[in-house]
Design a protein around this ligand. Structure first.
Ligand SMILES: [Zn+2]
Ligand SMILES: [Zn+2]
Length: 293
């Protein structure tokens, strides 16, 4: 019974939890015999339980288990379990979402999917968004750091195909800047063709300052908008809502393609130009949150 305890723990939690202990209290009732057995023996006193840790040989009646021991009893490696991480990928030329396991050898672009998931069309939130956009752009609040040079330019002019920003072997769209880690080496496309950032919807839906401000104030009506990072993070979140939405399978972290990350960062840059990239363990703690700086 107690194996399920481990199954429900998040990998990121496991990473630091090898020495954590759990106390298992369990009753098994046999109604036909009106008989109850507990896993904690009746003769065990509180003082016996204090500080004991289960060991098959030296302390077999102790109900307190070390998480690392539970995992090794199940013939699993704690370290492997702790770093197991699932990512969710959406290609513009494929109508399904992919779940892939993070690889230590291959780029995310090249990693084979474990499963494919139908994308749900979230038309309700689309309608809400359109109604917001029909009200026209809100008065932009001043942004001190990392501000964009102006939103109107982007909403007025559809984006054209961007010049090639690099020649990454894994990039199919020609717009992906270099990405430091394998799990960030992801293009918007599966096969060669036009980049998703060339679509006019990117500027209205993802990069529009008024849309991002509206989303921010929707969540926190009295939020103070004082740095570009808020808008950049808002744009990441907006992208994920748009391309993944509620279709993201549980425990898979959605990853934004490199070309789109580059586009968002160009619009709402960090003043020092240093981005920490996707922090998977933190991202796993809060599914919807994309923790790239
Ligand atoms: Zn690309
Ligand atoms: Zn692209």
């Amino acid at each position: 019974m107690w194996w399920t305890t481990v199954g429900h723990l998040r990998p990121a939690l496991l990473a630091s939890a090898e020495n954590f202990t759990v106390m298992i209290k369990n009753n098994i009732r046999f109604p036909a015999f009106n008989y109850i057995r507990r896993n904690i023996l009746p003769e065990l006193k509180d003082t016996d339980l204090k500080g004991c840790i289960y060991n098959r040989y030296t302390n077999p009646y102790c109900p307190i288990f070390r998480l690392g021991d539970i995992v090794s009893e199940a013939k699993e490696n704690f370290g492997d379990m702790a770093v197991e991480c699932f990512l969710c990928v959406s290609f513009v030329d494929e109508d399904k979402l992919r779940v892939v396991k993070k690889s230590r050898k291959k780029t995310l672009q090249q990693t084979k999917p474990l499963s494919l998931h139908q994308r749900k069309n979230d038309l309700a939130s689309m309608r809400t968004l359109i109604s917001v956009m029909q009200c026209g752009p809100s008065r932009s609040l001043p942004v001190q750091n990392g501000q964009s040079s102006g939103l109107s330019r982007n909403t007025d002019t559809p984006l054209l195909e961007k010049p090639q920003t690099g020649n990454q072997a894994w990039c199919q769209c020609g717009c992906c800047p270099p990405a430091a880690t394998l799990h960030e080496q992801l293009c918007c496309r599966l096969g060669k063709g036009r980049c998703i950032t060339s679509s006019p919807i990117l500027s209205t839906l993802i990069l529009s300052r008024s849309v991002l401000e509206t989303a921010l104030f929707y969540v926190d009506p009295l939020a103070e908008l004082h740095e570009g990072a808020q808008l950049r993070h808002g744009a990441y979140a907006q992208f994920i809502r748009w391309r993944f939405g509620d279709s993201t399978p549980r425990d898979a972290v959605p990853v934004i393609p490199s070309c789109c990350m580059g586009r968002i960062r160009a619009e709402y840059p960090r003043p020092d130009g240093k981005y920490s990239g996707l922090r998977l363990h933190q991202a796993m703690h809060s599914q919807a949150e994309f923790n790239a700086q």
